[in-house]
Design a protein around this ligand. Structure first.
Ligand code: SF4
Ligand code: MSK
Length: 631
């Protein structure tokens, strides 16, 4: 195979982005590139996390001349409070997303529009929660499961359920350290209360609440989001798709779905498949409708429908700049408020759908479980009508796209492992074949690569460098979010990518018939990764801190990422960060997040902005875990 065709390099991606960007400057002035330039030389107080505006005596900024705020809070207290607030915002985002999904589950009924697609997963969850299923209508069960799930947010007494899915040692540790979360909303409220003026100033106490709040996300909100989404829309299965802006079509109506919550995008996809929609399109003389995704909504619909992925976070403006986007429908999170303005420079209709993400200049259609399908039908027709408004002189669709294989939730990983050991009944349904490969050294370990991209560093480059170096070192990669999209754009997320791997990983890919990087979904699906790591530790018979599996967020940017990184650490896995958290104005906080958490949960952050150094740190970390296990 011609190597140049097999991979799209970061330089090639940049070339396409530059061309689109130059057109943006001609047509409508700016993109994130200009805005990042104008924000250069970031405020050092903000960067260090040592600016406090938690009361109106301030804002207070900490410097050698002014080492305390007016109330007496020092740099450590202020940095820790700001950090805990970031964890809380991230936890709130993932968890509120899950809450909405639970409300949709509560609305399901046999006649639709929303139905239960994975009945077995619903029944399993009902059993896990001691909800009676015998002789009951599946929609009765769905309603009760939704009600019990919703109690996870605000139960007045007791504690959360899903942390009980962690290995026994983890559960005991979380109890001993008193960081087993009580309820999602309660942990967020406690965090906000602790950080209010005149409360906690002790960085360690604030960090402990950060860990507890983050567990309520990873082993709570996010896990609920994943589980209920699977019940509603089906547990993902392995599918072929394509990625990068080349998935936009010249001769079809292009609808881009963007955000995170698949409730709206599922309705859009369904509406495009209706006979009446297709007839309408045909009557207008248009060849077809092409739905493509951006960010995590892309991951959701790719894994369940094979919908193609237009790109990751910093590519969202580019999709409009092609001039070929007839409609962009957004739901929640990671949506640039610049998009409606950009859309107005073209013919693109820009539609918001959630009261959580209202943006000036957008056409707002509030989507509810009751009206989602009718709204989607109307919007798809509007997009079809809008096709004729495309100005061909403004259209440029980059040709580059790559094939990808997506859809590896834990169920699919186990299935692939079962396929290679089908005669060994004792290993069926377990991770033991993978563990054996790690013990034998054929695989050195696994890394979960997650997160966004970020103009602070060269976008996409760190992901690319780290993933390819891990391949060469026989380390399997699992990916979610925009990291998974980079791998897709680059052409790394397909089976041919085994040619870039060391002999051991290549052999494993061949035996299991998998790519060397497994697509596990959207940001909320990092909860799938926690279950994978927990399952490996349990089947191995060791603690999660001991397995040669780590997390890495090379280009993260969001508060959700801060929450995620903390729940991964709380689960006992080291996390390698390519962007520094905003706490470096406090040496105590820097020490707490890199070393201090090791005394509490047995893991911490390793931070380096140079991807070559960071990946070396990862490999060294994995080898150290192997050595400690005596393998
Ligand atoms: Fe300043 Fe303290 Fe108020 Fe923060 S809480 S703004 S440090 S006085
Ligand atoms: S979409 S949180 S930019 S991964 Fe989940 Fe991408 Fe990061 Fe948003």
């Amino acid at each position: 195979m011609d190597e140049n065709k097999r991979i799209t390099t970061v330089e090639e991606m940049e070339e396409d982005s530059r061309k689109l960007h130059d057109r943006a400057c001609e047509v409508c002035g700016e993109t994130w590139v200009e805005r990042a330039e104008s924000q250069k030389n970031h405020c050092k107080f903000g960067e260090g996390g040592i600016c406090c505006r938690n009361c109106s005596m301030g804002p207070c900024r900490i410097s050698p001349k002014a080492p305390r705020g007016i109330c007496g809070a020092d740099a450590h207290a202020i940095a820790a409070r700001n950090y805990l607030r970031a964890i809380s915002a991230g936890t709130a985002s993932h968890s509120d997303h899950a809450r909405e999904i639970l409300h949709v589950l509560h609305h399901t009924k046999a006649e639709g529009p929303y139905i239960v697609r994975d009945e077995q997963k619903l029944i399993n969850l009902a059993h896990e929660w001691q909800i009676a299923t015998e002789g009951r209508d599946i929609y009765d069960i769905a309603r009760e499961v939704a009600e019990v799930g919703l109690m996870e947010f605000g139960r007045p007494f007791g504690e959360m359920r899903f942390p009980g899915r962690a290995p026994q040692e983890r559960q005991e540790l979380w109890r001993k350290e008193q960081i087993w979360p009580r309820a999602i909303d309660r942990e967020i409220a406690t965090a906000m209360h602790m950080t209010h003026m005149g409360n906690s100033a002790d960085p360690e106490a604030l960090i402990r609440q950060g860990l507890r709040t983050s567990i309520s996300n990873g082993w709570g909100g996010s896990m609920l989001g994943t589980e209920i989404t699977d019940i509603l829309f089906g547990t993902p299965t392995v599918r072929e798709t394509e990625g990068n802006l080349g998935v936009l079509e010249h001769d079809q109506v292009n609808i881009v779905v963007h955000g995170h919550d698949p409730v709206f995008s599922e309705a859009i996809v369904a509406a495009t498949e209706l006979k009446e929609t297709l007839d309408y399109c045909k009557a207008k003389g248009i060849k077809g409708i092409n739905v493509v995704g951006l960010c995590c909504t892309a991951n959701e619909v790719a894994m369940r429908h094979g919908v193609r992925m237009a790109g990751n976070f910093l590519q969202q403006e580019n999709a409009i700049l092609t001039g070929a986007c007839d409609m962009m429908c957004v739901d929640i999170q990671c949506i640039f408020p610049s998009l409606p303005q950009l859309a107005q420079c073209f013919h693109t209709k820009f539609v918001t759908s959630s009261p959580i993400a209202r943006i000036p200049g957008a056409d707002h259609y509030e989507v509810t479980p009751e009206n989602a399908f009718d709204t989607a039908k109307d919007l798809v027709k509007l997009a079809i009508d809008n096709y004729s408004n495309r100005d061909e002189s403004k259209v440029w669709i980059p040709e580059r796209k790559q094939k990808a294989i997506v859809g590896y939730p834990t169920e699919q990983i186990i299935k692939h492992l079962d396929n290679i050991t089908n005669s060994h009944v004792d290993t069926v349904g377990s991770y033991r074949p993978a563990i054996d490969a790690i013990k034998a050294g054929v695989l050195r370990g696994a890394v979960a690569i997650v997160g966004c991209n970020n103009p602070r560093i060269r976008p996409d480059f760190s992901h690319y460098e780290i993933i390819t170096e891990l391949f060469r070192n026989d380390i399997l990669v699992v990916a979610t979010g925009c990291a998974a999209q980079l791998a897709t754009k680059a052409g790394l997320m397909n089976k041919e990518a085994k040619e870039f791997c060391g002999a051991g990983l290549k052999r494993v890919c061949e035996l299991m018939d998998i790519p060397p990087i497994l697509h596990m979904g959207a940001c909320v699906d990092i909860s799938r990764m926690m279950r994978l790591a927990a399952g490996i530790a349990e089947d191995w018979g060791v603690d999660m801190t001991q397995i040669p599996v780590v997390g890495c967020a090379p280009e993260w940017m969001s508060e959700k990422a801060v929450s995620i990184a903390n729940y991964v650490v709380s689960s006992g896995l080291d996390v390698y960060l390519g962007i520094e958290p905003q706490v470096n104005g406090s040496d105590q906080m820097m020490n707490l997040i890199t070393e201090g958490t090791r005394d509490i949960v047995g893991a911490g952050f390793i931070i380096n902005t140079d991807p070559k150094v960071l990946v070396k740190n990862i490999i060294d970390g994995i080898e150290a875990k192997r050595a400690a296990l005596g393998i």
